[in-house]
Design a protein around this ligand. Structure first.
Ligand code: UDX
Ligand code: ADP
Length: 468
């Protein structure tokens, strides 16, 4: 069996960084080099101050502290790392296309193809190439064709090894995965490549949790897993509006159905809407693939999950406006949280961006406190929507380093991220300094509603009846 001695990972992002850190920590005999064209990002990964790593994940600093400089390296020299490695992970971004055919739906494989061509140009010895980024089914075939036809005559094995880690719990998920999925070619050399990667994970993952499949099953499983998870969130969010209208409480409904072991309790938390780099992108991708095969009903079915999610974000913003007497013009609306979920500084597709955007259309002044997201990031997110000039975005957004100043004099508070610290704030103090009536819109249902109402707040929670 091929023994892997050197690994290269192209892309030092949310997936590549934590995954390679854990692989290196668990396999001290393997040299792991993570490369990226973004020099700033690599410099941040090499920062002696571990609180300045480019990605915030609980526990990541400890893993990096142990492995970095021993057998874990971060570098900008992509060619050298490719040349030396036996196994190359491709962990670059695959954003949704913003142009041309499949615009707004298909995954943009530009960066993947560039990587494949770079590997083909540089490699002088046989390589196992591992797709780590989420990719549409059959991408491996494209990578293989590029490598086989433009390469230096060396032989390649392509594996699909999709990531199932969730942000905020990445280290925990990597240390103790439900399963590791490895898809490979159905041939002797294909199986050998699968086993080579399985032995890397075998350093800490029990063999029965390492699933071996063909490449296409592995690629499609990743999209399917995310589509199923997102579908659950959209399903419970659809019920949340019915609860508000009927007098049922969505938390009680979720608990009741979640205790049915056939349904299970996870991913039933009603919210202002799901975000993150995967759910929306992967579902659009699934929809696009279905359409490509002419499966229109299948495409429409999955697209509805996204439509429901967009509606939930819009509905939340509208609720704020109607509750604040139908106008938020020049009113201070304070946001607690900007990240798409707690324990991460990632903001991709965060509901906060869309809610802020809708409220800005109504001329509100948005004041934000998030424990980990920078002002620069929030402005970039808003500018990316292209709704108004970036100057106008700057006029409507104020970012605070202290939660209490963010909330002072606000007409309403909206909770957009479920950071634990929000629960421990001095809500009496906050109430005293707010405009009255003091409204709280808990988009994550994390605050103690009864306690807030006793203080004097008027509280809106997702999926709780507002029938008086
Ligand atoms: C997801 C998948 O879970 C992971 O396996 C995959 O590899 C990448 O995509 P991630 O995007 O990090 O991970 O976050 P996840 O915990 O799945 O949450 C996604 C979004 O759904 C978040 O905005 C979260 O707040 C929201 N959510 C999740 C809910 O609103 N309710 C829930 O019950 C669960
Ligand atoms: P993910 O969440 O999938 O990890 P990120 O956007 O956080 O996505 O990370 C992807 C990284 O891949 C970025 O840091 C980007 O600079 C890097 N990248 C993209 N294309 C290349 C390339 N051709 N060579 C090296 N790095 C690349």
């Amino acid at each position: 069996m091929t023994q892997i001695k050197k690994i290269c990972c192209i892309g030092a992002g949310y997936v590549g960084g934590p995954t390679m850190a854990v692989i290196a920590q668990k396999n001290p005999q393997i040299q792991v080099t993570v490369v990226d064209i973004n020099e700033e990002r690599i410099a941040a990964w090499n920062n002696a101050d571990l609180s300045k790593l480019p990605i915030y994940e609980p526990g990541l600093d400890t893993v990096v502290a142990e492995a970095r400089g021993r057998n874990l390296f971060f570098d900008t020299n992509v060619d050298k790392a490719i040349d030396e490695a036996d196994m190359i992970f491709i962990s670059v971004n695959t954003p949704t296309k913003t142009y041309g055919k499949g615009k707004g739906m298909a995954a943009d494989l530009k960066y993947i193809e560039l990587c494949a061509r770079q590997i083909a140009r540089v490699a002088k010895t046989d390589k196992i190439v591992v797709e780590k980024s989420t990719l549409p089914v059959r991408t491996a075939q494209a990578i293989k064709r590029i490598l086989d036809q433009t390469g230096n005559g060396v032989s390649y094995q392509i594996l699909s090894n999709p990531e199932f880690l969730a942000e905020g719990t990445a280290i925990q998920d990597l240390m103790n995965p439900d399963r590791v999925l490895i898809g490979g070619e159905e041939s002797d050399t294909g199986r050998e490549a699968i086993e080579a990667l399985a032995s890397v994970y075998g350093a800490w993952v029990p063999q029965e949790r390492i699933l071996r499949t063909n490449v296409w099953s592995s690629e499609l499983s990743k999209l399917t897993a995310n589509a199923f998870l997102a579908q659950r969130v959209s399903s419970i969010n659809a019920i949340s509006e019915l609860c508000e209208a009927s007098g049922a409480d969505v938390n009680e409904v979720a608990k009741a159905i979640g205790m049915d072991s056939r349904i299970g309790s996870k991913f039933l938390k009603a919210s202002v809407g799901f975000g993150g780099s995967c759910f929306q992108k992967d579902i659009f991708n699934l929809v696009y693939i279905a359409k490509t095969y002419g499966l229109d009903e299948v495409a429409d079915y999955w697209e509805q999950v996204i439509i429901m999610n967009d509606f939930q974000k819009r509905r939340f913003a509208e609720r704020i406006v109607t509750t604040l007497f139908n106008t938020v013009n020049d009113k201070k609306i304070a946001f607690l949280g900007w990240a798409f979920k707690k324990d991460t500084n990632d903001t991709r597709e965060s509901a906060a961006i869309y809610v802020a955007n809708d409220l800005m259309e109504e001329e509100a002044q948005i004041h934000v406190f998030d424990p980990k997201v920078t002002e620069q990031q929030m402005l970039t997110d808003l500018d990316y929507l292209n709704t108004r000039s970036s100057e106008a975005n700057r006029k409507h957004l104020t970012v605070h380093q202290d939660p209490y100043t963010a909330l002072e004099n606000a007409h309403g508070i909206a909770v957009l991220t479920e950071w634990d610290e929000f629960k421990t704030y001095d809500w009496q103090r906050i109430y005293n300094k707010m405009q009255k009536p003091a409204f709280v819109f808990d988009g994550r249902n994390i605050l103690d509603r009864k306690q807030l109402e006793q203080i004097g707040f008027e509280v809106y929670s997702i999926g709780a009846a507002n029938i008086k």
